[in-house]
Design a protein around this ligand. Structure first.
Ligand SMILES: Cc1cc2nc3c(=O)[nH]c(=O)nc-3n(C[C@H](O)[C@H](O)[C@H](O)COP(=O)(O)O)c2cc1C
Length: 246
């Protein structure tokens, strides 16, 4: 089998073909629903997601007008707008203790293997820096205050210099074990499918509040992982999306 064929096989379903020899079947404990809150981290309570931030309310218009936006104004986002976008992409809908936490997006087996990191340049009420969304409590944890965040984003964006003009960049990191616990070697394909739903909700939610975004799949893996303090093995970035007013 060629290397390309080998890689293509990752896209194929093995359900009903291969045995799914998962840790769940072996009785291993359920992994946490999200990465634990960093000790001593400064937490920011986010406002509840509000319908009032929506300026384009019809789903038809949001779907029809959605496109990848690579030009943003110099306007900041409000905390209400950011809270709405975080809720739309990873917000928790219902928790079934010891089993699963439903979110605003679907995920295979309700495993939800992502945590959302933010590179914040201009959001009202937030100091510039790196944050992580705590979906279970709808808060942000400040990972690192960084007055130079814009130049750091620019440095990591390669030829896509426009990314650094965004007031906030959403960065989705995966913790593969959350899905592998149930699906073992089937999990990798499912997690990438999950990621698409998250980003599509960002496209549509951004469109509904006069913002725009662009999915970014081409990023320097090691550099971005290091920027967000990820080990690149048990947690690493799979997708990014700058957001700004258009
Ligand atoms: C998985 C994925 C990865 C993408 N990666 C990039 C990227 O790295 N840089 C970029 O400028 N656009 C990227 N895009 C945006 C596509 O170029 C864009 O969706 C496509 O040209 C269609 O345009 P539309 O989104 O306006 O319909 C990506 C889109 C997807 C779905």
């Amino acid at each position: 089998m060629s290397a390309v064929e080998d890689k293509r096989n990752v896209m194929k379903s093995g359900f009903g073909v291969r045995e799914i020899d998962s840790d769940q079947k072996k009785g291993a404990p359920l992994p946490p629903f999200e990465k634990p809150v960093p000790e001593g981290a400064r937490l920011v309570d986010l406002p509840k997601p509000k319908k009032e931030v929506v300026t384009k309310a019809h789903i038809y218009d949001c779907v029809n007008d959605r496109k990848s936006r690579r030009r943003f104004t110099s306007e900041s986002l409000t905390l209400d707008e950011l809270a709405y976008l975080l809720w739309a992409t990873q917000g928790v809908r219902e928790v079934v203790p010891g089993a699963r936490a439903y979110r605003t997006v679907p995920s295979a087996g309700c495993r939800h293997p992502f945590d959302t990191y933010l590179a914040v340049t201009r959001v009202q009420g937030l100091e510039p820096g790196i944050y992580r969304y705590l979906a279970m409590s709808h808060q942000l944890a400040l990972i690192e205050a960084a007055p130079d965040i814009e130049s750091r984003v620019a440095a990591a964006s390669g030829s896509m210099t426009w990314i650094a003009s965004a007031p906030v960049v959403f960065v989705w990191a995966v913790t593969p074990y959350r899905s592998e616990w149930r699906y073992a070697g089937e999990a990798q394909r499912l997690m990438l499918l999950d990621a698409g739903h998250v980003c599509q909700n960002l496209y549509l939610a951004a469109e509904s509040i006069g913002c725009g975004t662009c999915a970014i799949g081409a990023f320097p893996q090691a550099e971005i992982d290091a920027m967000f303090g990820l080990d690149g093995k048990d947690e690493f970035v799979v997708y990014c999306a700058p957001v700004g007013k258009v």
